[in-house]
Design a protein around this ligand. Sequence first.
Ligand code: NAP
Length: 308
Amino acid sequence: MTLLFKVDAERGQLWKALFAEHAPDIPVKLWPDIGDPADVRYLATWAPPENLAQTFPNLEVVFATSAGVDQFDLSQLPPKVRVVRMLDPGIAEGIIQYACFAVLAQHRQIPVYLTQQAERRWQAQPYRAAGQRRVGVMGLGNLGTPVAERLRGFGFALNGWSRSPRQIDGVACFAGPGQLPEFLAQTDILLCLLPLTDDTRGILDHQAFATLPRGASLINLGRGGHLVEADLLAALDSGHLEHAVLDVLNEEPAPAEHPLWNHPKVWLTPHVGAVTRPETAFDVLLANLRRLQASQPMEGEVRRQEGY
Ligand code: NAP
């Protein structure tokens, strides 16, 4: 009944120590010291090794150490293997902080003021009240919903978009591809918190940008694959979009020659919106293992057909 971690060495030691202290009945191994592969029932990792099924014939569950599972090729996993994503409350807190920072920065025109500072220009821009600023959250799941709820406290005019219809107090909710144009047309600050699936890949493209009102801005906290980077550059350079804050890119780390590195209308961060910390994620993982042992449903289990 071994739980194998394939994570970086430092975090691996932390996970191992937490299990030794709080759940010594669950044997833990740290990659590459896998012990007898036939004993491995659970694998916790961001990126599974090749030939997973052949290497670990008795594998039952892959626990992603991330909230998204797009980095897994689910079609390569045997149907019997269950996939569970990480619902670490520390991830939600990190994403909420980043989302509030980025939305408030756009709302208060901080990119404009930073440009003015570089030019030694002391000039107030017209002020818009939060209620006049329409913030649209794409993805109303474990992360998008608390983000919208936190942003509500600032008084923004909030819109949300998801696959199935949702109801959130103070948020005008839209659903499905049919309502995407209506949602986008009413959004000044677009915040992407979608999972990356076949349906959402490349969703932030020229068509989406053209549907946003002139002067809108983009915050991508989802995955690099949501964004067609060339279309964003064109929309920024034409002046249709005002600014973009990107935490994720198609290629990470971005190569030195990437045009977004020093684009005057882009802020880039190196995929740090939130990171899983064993200290906060441990309880979530252990609770799921206990549910599994009691044959109860686990939290965060991925619907493999839907890809999230
Ligand atoms: P989640 O709980 O699964 O929620 C996903 C939301 O997206 C749901 O509201 C879902 O609609 C909606 N959605 C999925 N496919 C859609 C489609 N085709 N059209 C419209 N809406 C769609 O996921 P989460 O935990 O909130 O995480 C979201 C993503 O955030 C992750 O997958 C990951 O990519 C990203 N993330 C980024 C960082 C970072 O550091 N930047 C950290 C953590 C997570 P329904 O409500 O109808 O299911």
